[in-house]
Write a protein that binds this ligand. Sequence first.
Ligand code: HSE
Length: 444
Amino acid sequence: MKPIQVGLLGIGTVGSGVFNVLQRNHDEIRRRAGRDIAVTMVADLDETRARAVVGDQAAVVKDAREVIANPDIDVVIELIGGYGVAKTLVLEAIAAGKHVVTANKALLAVHGSEIFKAAADKGVMVAYEAAVAGGIPIIKALREGLTANQIQWIAGIINGTTNFILSEMRDKGLDFDVVLKEAQRLGYAEADPTFDIEGVDAAHKATLMSAIAFGVPVQFDKAYVEGITKLSSIDIRYAEQLGYRIKLLGITKRTDKGIELRVHPSLVPAKRLIANVEGAMNAVVVHGDAVGTTLYYGKGAGSEPTASAVIADLVDIARLEGADVAHRVPPLAFQSSTLREAGQELPVLPMADITTSYYLRMRVADEAGVLAKVTGLLAGAGISIDAVLQREADEIGGEGSTQTDLIILTHETREGDMDKALAEIQGLPTVLAPITRIRKEELN
Ligand code: HSE
């Protein structure tokens, strides 16, 4: 069979991983794909860097459009990132009849509907295993391995940078700002870490998993996104004392009223496997009605782990190229004609309508009746308490302190009811500082 010729747009960390793994494992990959897969052209603004990676094995150009215009190229791998030029180039590659492989979660979470439609109209494939959780084959698992199931919920640690920061905060008792600087010094966090620490990167990935799991269009604009920047090490410590770890989770859940799609710090029972995923590692828990709970763990970033996912997509394309379009796996797992209506029947719920349990920390005056008032207001809103922890006043403000921290764990409730109760509690004169609220997921 004729070799598949690949053009690479961007040969930084992931691109060089793709090139190197394809070279190193060439024979086995060919035996699996049934044909040769060769990167024959690379576009990068830094031609010297590109040449250093590919030597004389591939043509190097500065202009990505030269790759797209080359009629010999079958597949374009987009590793530029972002929503700007990457979007234009992906659409141009599709228009030119090329299959596309991309690791660009931001692009697909925001413009996926347009891109998948353009690809369907042109009869080409857009593959994106590397866009979610790097080397973990979670797209394949959701889209194919679990295809028998009604997926009920997914919860994932899908951003390594923030998981590294949270692990360090817990291990060393350090504050967020200190650990972030250290993470940047070590190269774990980007110079501009905004997308990671504000939860945006995780929300892009959760959006893609949500669409695949529930057969709805990508709806990043409806995701609730809260990062870890306001998390205090004291909450990590209290959570530990109560038997929980704090993780930044990307969550999507099917309910009777619609879909929950949210990213925020969450208390997770320390005994859950996912609570013990440390450092920059990723993990995703998927619960399906037939299979029960499954867990996927591995490296969510890095040169060769991400290349592993990109090359898996290349092999899929090499196997299916030339096959009837009807034999391909739809990009979002469900046939595209069924997506729009399903999105209307199964809307993404506003945060007020999600259901979860909570960790609350309030700095209160250490005097009679305070706890009764707080629990009375929670009870009035129909919120049931699971556990209460009160620190010795001396531990909080030193000897003779008249303030203390009250920590309350609740059972599940509607977020809108919790908002209302918290507004009332915050108004009590004995509540002395803004209340900290962190959602809690039992994941059982
Ligand atoms: N910046 C991401 C992370 C990796 O920290 O996990 C790429 O998605």
